[in-house]
Design a protein around this ligand. Structure first.
Ligand code: A2P
Ligand code: 11C
Length: 340
């Protein structure tokens, strides 16, 4: 079958990659129609003019991939569903809704069965963590998790990439740095110890809360204890994560390594003798999640530590959204159930 596909947020950091991945992976699309804001109306992307969202313009699609921010998703995703399209939404708008599947394609694809038209794509930092935790969780359970992230600026969008570049250029030229506009501090030559926003006086950022909530939902285990610090670093692409975990049952480092080596979508890069471990630069442009530094936590007999890196625009966002569309296609789930 050939699907009519809409990409909402098609000019953005993630939307651009969504369009490229649909083509590169050979998704059976008859048309790929880009949607963006009024600023981009009529601009041609791959020869197709960008549309603005309206009750008329959204008719006639089978699938819509959304990455235009939570406000746009809240306003328009359900309207696409009502018009007959299955929506895979990359924003945070619907992830917490217990009725809406939150899916990492290699981790919990069965959650797609019985969907009601809306499917949520996890946050990028959670996404890569899930691929690395899944085989360990299945084998030995996870009692406690401590994660520190080192997140790239492309996770914030194209404007943040420009802000990093502009500040870096000014700093190298010995000029005063342009004011920080996207982040609360300068990002060039800096590390920001609270990626995301502090909402309503919370002592965690929303980005940290997402990882805590989404991890438990995707692994289907509310009893996992999880502590998170999310940091923003002056890196263009790929999030890196220091992960410490305590399994429920005994699991040797050797067995954990075998499990990770057999996990689809995951590549081990781990040889201390040659300084081989994943880096942001080396992982950028690849669809996989890369894991290295696997070792025993010397403070806990069931503790393991590892370093998890992945391109946040690819597996962390666009690739997984397209993989969800592929699973929907393979399982005959590209259809919106009739309203009850
Ligand atoms: P536009 O380029 O016309 O502003 P990023 O995540 O890189 O910041 O990109 C955000 C994406 O969401 C862009 O494609 C942007 O389009 C799109 N977008 C923002 N607001 C709207 C809106 N109200 N309706 C549709 N698309 C929107
Ligand atoms: C970041 N993960 O790197 C975020 C961006 O909930 O989809 C994506 C926000 C989201 O800042």
């Amino acid at each position: 079958s050939q699907y009519r596909v809409a990409v909402v947020g098609a000019t953005g950091a993630v939307g651009t990659v969504m369009r490229a991945k649909l083509k590169e992976r050979g998704f059976p699309a008859e048309t790929i129609v880009p949607f963006a804001s009024e600023r981009s109306e009529g601009r041609e992307l791959d020869g197709v003019p960008c549309r603005v969202l309206s009750d008329e313009s959204i008719q006639g699609f089978d699938i819509a991939l959304f990455s235009a921010g939570a406000t746009t998703s809240r306003a328009w995703a359900q309207k696409f569903v009502d018009a007959g399209a299955v929506v895979v939404d990359n924003s945070s708008a619907f992830r917490k809704d217990p009725e809406i599947p939150l899916v990492v394609s290699e981790v919990n694809p069965d959650a797609l069965e019985g969907h009601k038209g809306l499917i949520a794509n996890p946050n990028c930092s959670t996404m890569q963590l899930m691929v690395a935790l899944k085989p360990i969780y299945e084998a030995a359970g996870i009692d406690r998790l401590i994660v520190s992230t080192y997140q790239s600026v492309s996770g914030t969008g194209v404007k943040a990439v420009k802000e990093l570049e502009d500040q870096t250029r000014a700093a190298l030229a010995g000029e005063p740095l342009p004011d920080a506009t996207i982040y609360p501090h300068h990002i060039a030559f800096n590390v920001l110890g609270g990626a995301g926003n502090f909402v309503d006086g919370d002592d965690h950022t929303d980005e940290e809360r997402k990882m805590m909530h989404e991890t438990r939902k995707i692994l289907g285990d509310q009893s996992i204890k999880i502590a998170v610090t999310c940091a923003r670093v002056p890196v263009r692409n790929s999030h890196s994560e220091s992960v410490s975990l305590e399994t429920r049952e005994a699991l040797s480092v050797e067995d954990a390594r075998k499990l990770l080596e057999n996990q689809p979508g995951l590549i081990m890069v781990d040889d201390p003798r040659t300084h081989a471990y994943p880096t942001a630069l080396a992982s950028a442009g690849h669809d996989e999640v890369f894991v290295g530094r696997l070792r025993r936590d010397p403070t806990h007999e069931r503790g393991l530590q590892m370093w998890v890196v992945s391109d946040n625009l690819l597996k962390g966002a666009a690739t997984n959204a397209v993989q969800i569309a592929e699973v929907l296609h393979e399982r005959g789930l590209v259809k919106v159930p009739a309203a009850a």
